[in-house]
Design a protein around this ligand. Structure first.
Ligand code: HSE
Length: 429
């Protein structure tokens, strides 16, 4: 056992960082045994030095993260600042100074993962980021390492806890979107500005990272099709229930049937109550992975929060520390397949469409003809009429998204269609 400690710089000491520091201190002996050398918290870079941080030696606290990285004795940096800058510059500085990095930064990894991986590789260092996707759930390492001998064809996941909490409340109480969001805010699940969560940006960043790992190709944030869940209504949940479904905000990553391209998307969708993802309640995350040899795997657990996210960070710290002692590195970026990312129009899916129509002879035939003209086959139709008006719910068979959205556009132009009340994709069957 080596007695000289590996020195760790903690960049950021908020909800996650303070838990990382706490576990490093309270579990120091176990970490030493597992790594084969002690790990010492050698510096903590913060924005507000005057804030009281229980359990952290004030002598370690600095506002100068760059100087901490440049001082010459740091082995590993843990970046839990979040956002693009200064995190990107600090990680780059760490690599330039021979420091391996553990990061929890999904936005940065999704945007600049390729460049950061290249910098790590150039300097012979590690970049680990288990905590960037789905908090405590071991997912990045199982996909990068445990499944490295298999072929992943599909990943479908709930990777945002805030939106899952909101949708779960809507499902279980019949509440509307705003009411459920207000509850999520009051309970501290949703931030004061919930845009990143409810508009799907957070999930899209995680989707880009997971797609790159799953398909060994580069998937940029801009390649991920994204729709938020603010338009999901209580009426949509009522329709979903009638079909034996619920509604989830899903990240779906697929390899095309011919294996020549991939797709990546985030949007709300109906899924059958029998699908394992349907039973993911409250703010939990879960990711369903389909691999050629392994079959179907489900990863489930807390996707956010200080201690759960710190658990993932600590796991990476142990792995990176072991690599340092072995004078080796773990897996870097694997993007050798260079598969193109197809647009949303090429995705094959099903639609649930709710229309307000005139209730008179020929309307149903006209609507059915519009579907046929776009090559979209109808699975079921349900009509409920009242006072010359009717609501028509059409569920399609699988068709390219471009054909389905073309159908909806044409339906909107029909005189007999008063309005398209909702459109929702149906997945997981
Ligand atoms: N805001 C995210 C969520 C957690 O609600 O899941 C951090 O990615």
């Amino acid at each position: 056992m080596r007695t000289r400690p590996l020195k760790v710089a903690l960049l950021g000491c908020g909800v996650v960082g303070s838990e990382v520091a706490r576990i490093m201190t309270t579990h120091a002996d176990d970490l030493t045994q597992r790594i084969g050398a002690p790990v010492e918290l050698a510096g903590v870079a913060v924005r507000r030095p005057s804030k009281v941080r229980e359990g952290i030696d004030p002598e370690l606290v600095t506002t100068d993260a760059t100087a901490l990285l440049k001082r010459g004795d740091i082995d590993i940096a843990i970046e839990v600042i979040g956002g693009i800058e200064p995190a990107r510059t600090l990680i780059t500085t760490a690599f330039e100074h021979g420091i391996s990095v553990v990061s929890a930064n999904k936005a940065l990894l999704a945007q600049d993962g390729a460049a950061l991986h290249a910098a790590a590789e150039q300097h012979g260092l590690d970049l680990y980021y288990e905590a960037a996707v789905a908090g405590a759930i071991p997912l990045v390492r199982p996909m990068r390492e445990s499944l490295a001998g298999d072929k992943i064809n599909r990943v479908m996941g709930i990777v945002n806890g805030t939106t899952n909490f909101i949708l779960d409340k809507m499902d279980s109480t019949g509440a509307g979107y705003q009411e459920a969001l207000d509850e999520a805010t009051a309970l501290g699940y949703a931030e004061a500005d919930p845009t990143a969560d409810v508009e799907g940006y957070d999930a899209a960043a995680k989707a880009a990272i997971l797609a790159g790992i799953a398909f060994h190709t580069r998937v940029r944030l801009d390649d991920v099709y994204r729709e938020g869940m603010t338009e999901v209504s209580a009426a949509d949940f009522a329709s979903a229930k009638r079909m034996g479904c619920t509604i989830k905000l899903l990240a779906i990553l697929e390899r095309a049937a011919d294996g020549e391209s991939v797709t990546a998307r985030v949007h709300p969708a109906m899924i059958p109550l029998t699908h394992p993802l349907a039973s993911v309640r409250e703010a939990y995350n879960a990711v369903f992975v389909e691999a050629e040899a392994a079959g179907q795997l489900m990863f489930y657990g807390p996707g956010a929060g200080g201690a759960p996210t710190a658990s993932a960070v600590l796991g990476d710290l142990v792995a990176v520390a072991r690599n340092k002692l072995a004078e080796a590195t773990g897996p870097g970026e694997s993007a050798y397949t260079q598969l193109p990312v197809s647009p949303m129009g090429d995705v094959v899916t099903r639609y649930h469409i709710s229309l307000d129509v005139a209730d008179k002879p020929g309307v149903l035939a006209q609507v059915a003809t519009t579907f046929a003209e776009h090559g979209v086959s109808i699975d079921t139709v349900r009509q409920q009429g009242k006072d010359g008006e009717a609501s028509l719910v059409v569920v399609t068979h699988r068709a390219p998204d471009a054909a389905l959205s073309g159908t909806v556009e044409a339906l909107r132009k029909l005189d007999t269609v008063r309005g398209v009340a909702s459109i929702m994709r149906v997945e997981g069957e």
